[in-house]
Design a binder for this molecule. Structure first.
Ligand SMILES: *Cc1c(COP(=O)(O)O)cnc(C)c1O
Length: 426
């Protein structure tokens, strides 16, 4: 992948020089557009990862709302009451999706990673006095952001393997991995790699019994699961309706279909949330407080989230979730029907993954073949798999995807590919 990236970069008309005379708006925008010619065509439903599209109209609205508030600064909502009002509305809407009680208090973050960082930081500070070498117990399927949080905040992570058939963790194994220094248990709804919902009730019961926190990572499912329930999909309990759940994360910039930079961290009550904030007056600038990781924080993502939520509305999300779900099930059925492939799990929501059913077929070579045909899929391991995050846009493109997948499988032979990396260090 590195070589391709390198050659692409050279071919692009980028410009490392500060122009002696500034470019006109027109020229600058032309050059910006030229830079993106080799980008993944996500608005055309070609990416099964990284980007989400409800409709051109919703995207344009998000962009316009973002543009209007891009310069406002959510570091201080006293100065920008508009941002406070929008954040309050968005948190209330997300709270209802998550079954949050009236006591719940949240914060709009820049993404799932920041939401998870904040849950981990809050738990660490909450138990700081009694638990000097804190640990968090989580399934191996939990998102990499928990590992990042552990590394940032010096919290030990105890990973419990998931069952290789169901991809779910066993509550009693989580119990065995915990001890007196455990500050938090983690469950995902759904977990990213195979798209299944963890036994949240078992994990939360354990946390309740130990008097510690339980974070449910609903970065993916926080928007989709409430609508899937309304559509009659049988799901285990997954949200604040379970007593032991103390905090939850949901990404608005995924299935909320809003602009990048919007996620919610929600706590069961204000006391839990109080450990998230940071205040100092130990500098020459007076009292400085902030709730999240960022200092200066654009109003753009907040305005875009507020706009898109209200524009799509309850019926819009119901329609979009139904569409993504039907598409995911149709792709899952096609994979199940192909003897060369193995579907890792029946999708609980709209995420799925599949691997090779035979030793001669390298699933990453399949991903390469798909890339040549203009499709961007996730590569994951273990076990070596392709992952698809199916969203509303794929209703229009999945038939072509399945056709190209079949063509790729016929053509791939015994060539090999590589895992690559979800994110990059650049
Ligand atoms: C995407 C995701 C995250 C991380 O969110 P970012 O917005 O990428 O920071 C965490 N958990 C799950 C389950 C996710 O899908």
């Amino acid at each position: 992948m590195g070589a391709t990236d390198q050659s692409r970069r050279v071919a692009l008309p980028s410009s490392p020089e500060l122009p002696p005379h500034g470019w006109s708006t027109h020229e600058t925008l032309e050059r910006l557009e030229a830079l993106r010619v080799t980008d993944v065509r996500w608005k055309e439903g070609r990416a099964f990862s990284l980007a989400y599209q409800a409709s051109p109209e919703a995207h344009d609205l998000a962009t316009e709302a973002y543009r209007r508030f891009s310069g406002e600064n959510a570091l201080n909502v006293e100065a920008f009451p508009s941002l406070r009002a929008m954040q309050t509305d968005v948190l209330a809407i997300a709270g209802r999706w998550l079954g949050a009680p009236d006591t719940a208090r949240g914060f709009l973050t820049s993404g799932g990673t920041e939401s998870i960082l904040m849950a981990m930081k809050a738990a660490r500070d909450q138990f700081r006095r009694d638990k000097t070498h804190p640990n968090v117990v989580l399934p191996t399927s939990a998102h990499a952001a928990f590992h990042k949080a552990g590394a940032y905040f010096d919290v030990e992570l105890r990973c419990v393997p998931v069952c290789s058939e169901t991809w779910r963790v066993d509550g009693s194994a989580m119990a065995r991995a915990s001890d007196a220094n455990t500050i938090m248990f983690v469950a995902s709804a759904p977990q990213y790699p195979q798209g299944v919902v963890d036994p949240v009730a078992d994990i939360a019961a354990l946390a309740l019994e130990r008097g510690v926190n339980c974070h449910v990572d609903a970065c993916m499912g926080g928007v989709t699961l409430p609508y899937l329930e309304r559509l009659g999909v049988a799901l285990p309990k997954w949200n604040f309706a379970i007593e032991g759940v103390t905090s939850m994360s949901v990404d608005l910039h995924k299935f909320g279909y809003t602009a990048k930079g919007a996620s919610v961290i929600m706590y069961r009550n204000a006391a839990l949330r109080s450990h998230q904030g940071f205040v100092t007056d130990n500098w020459l600038g007076g009292v400085y407080g902030s709730s999240g990781v960022l200092g200066t924080k654009s109003g753009g993502p907040i305005a875009a989230a507020w706009a898109v939520l209200h524009h799509l509305g309850d019926d819009g999300y119901l329609r979009l979730v139904r569409s993504a779900r039907e598409t995911a099930l149709s792709i899952a059925a096609a994979i199940r029907a192909d003897s060369r492939l193995v579907l890792r799990a029946e999708p609980d929501a709209t995420l799925l993954s599949f691997g090779s059913a035979t030793p001669d077929l390298d699933i990453y070579a399949v991903a390469d073949g798909l890339a040549v045909r203009g499709w961007y899929v996730d590569r994951q391991a273990p076990p070596p798999s392709i992952h698809l995050t199916v969203n509303a846009i794929h209703a229009e493109t999945h038939q072509q995807f399945l056709t190209d997948l079949a063509v790729t499988l016929d053509a791939v032979g015994n060539s090999s590919g590589t895992l690559g990396s979800y994110g990059t260090l650049e």
